[in-house]
Design a binder for this molecule. Structure first.
Ligand SMILES: [Ca+2]
Ligand SMILES: [Ca+2]
Length: 263
């Protein structure tokens, strides 16, 4: 695809949606949405230790199992990070995402410290073979970091739940949800301010992908309707990243499910 076509595609997509791209996709009255039936192919309710149950491959910046990918054996939830600084956890489901029609469901809870940071990202079609030491702070393990502190992009996509403002990197100064690619900073394909991330409450998220059409909903309300032009299906990684920097937060997930769409 050449650049001008890509540009046209983006403009077309933007024109189809409301300002800032992140609005509920309108369903014309009387036209039912296409019916897709789904089959569950992966699930973890974290009733067993995800660090040993064979369902996950985890990369940690500090190698600290008490703070990066910490399993709470009482609550049966998984802390991607706890309240310590300079953490990063990339957790990939041991499942190869090759399908082009799927959805995921999960629950998340993020607290807000004082000055909680940084947020988490659901990753898909990600090149998990590049990890590597995941990068901390606002990079949320979406990228890797070298010993000399230079950073490496990791090909693939993410739906980012950002709770800490990084001027020069983030598209807005408030909490937001964005679709990002390869790197965190300045990579938002689409974004929308969204407050209900770090309120210390459990929220239910669903992300639906159908041949490039992507939607994201939280607590049953659609945040995003978006179309990825010419999606890159090369890589198969699917999972989560989270990070802390100077400021800290608990980033907790539960009840993760992957469903494949059929007809
Ligand atoms: Ca659970
Ligand atoms: Ca940020």
């Amino acid at each position: 695809m050449n650049l001008s076509y890509k540009l046209l595609c983006l403009i077309f997509t933007a024109g189809m949606l409301a300002p800032r791209l992140f609005a509920v996709e309108p369903t014309p009255a009387g036209v039912p949405p296409p019916k897709i039936s789904y089959k569950l192919v992966f699930s973890d309710d974290f009733s067993t230790d995800p660090n040993t149950n064979g369902k996950w491959t985890v990369f940690r910046r500090q190698g600290n199992l008490n703070a990066e990918g910490y399993w709470d054996s009482t609550q049966h939830v998984w802390y991607l990070t706890r309240r310590k600084s300079d953490l990063s956890t990339a957790a990939f489901a041991n499942y190869e995402l090759t399908a082009q029609s799927w959805k995921v469901d999960f629950k998340y809870l993020v607290d807000n410290g004082p000055m909680g940071a940084d947020g988490f990202v659901f990753m898909f079609y990600k090149d998990k073979s590049r990890y590597g030491v995941p990068d901390s702070g606002n990079y949320m393990a979406f990228q890797t970091r070298n010993p000399d502190n230079t950073k490496n992009p990791v090909p693939g996509y993410g739906v980012e739940f950002d709770t800490f403002s990084n001027p020069g990197c983030d598209p807005v100064g408030e909490n937001y949800v964005a679709v990002v690619r390869d790197v965190i900073c300045d990579s938002a394909l689409v974004y929308r301010p969204f407050e209900k991330i770090d309120d210390s409450k459990w929220h239910s998220a669903e992300i639906v992908f159908n041949h490039g059409h992507l939607s994201c909903s939280v607590d049953g309300k659609t945040l995003h309707g978006f179309t990825l032009c010419d999606p890159d299906y090369t890589f198969t990684g699917i999972g989560f990243g989270a990070g802390t920097g100077s400021y800290v937060a608990d980033h907790v997930i539960d009840d993760f499910q992957i469903w494949l769409g059929g007809n």
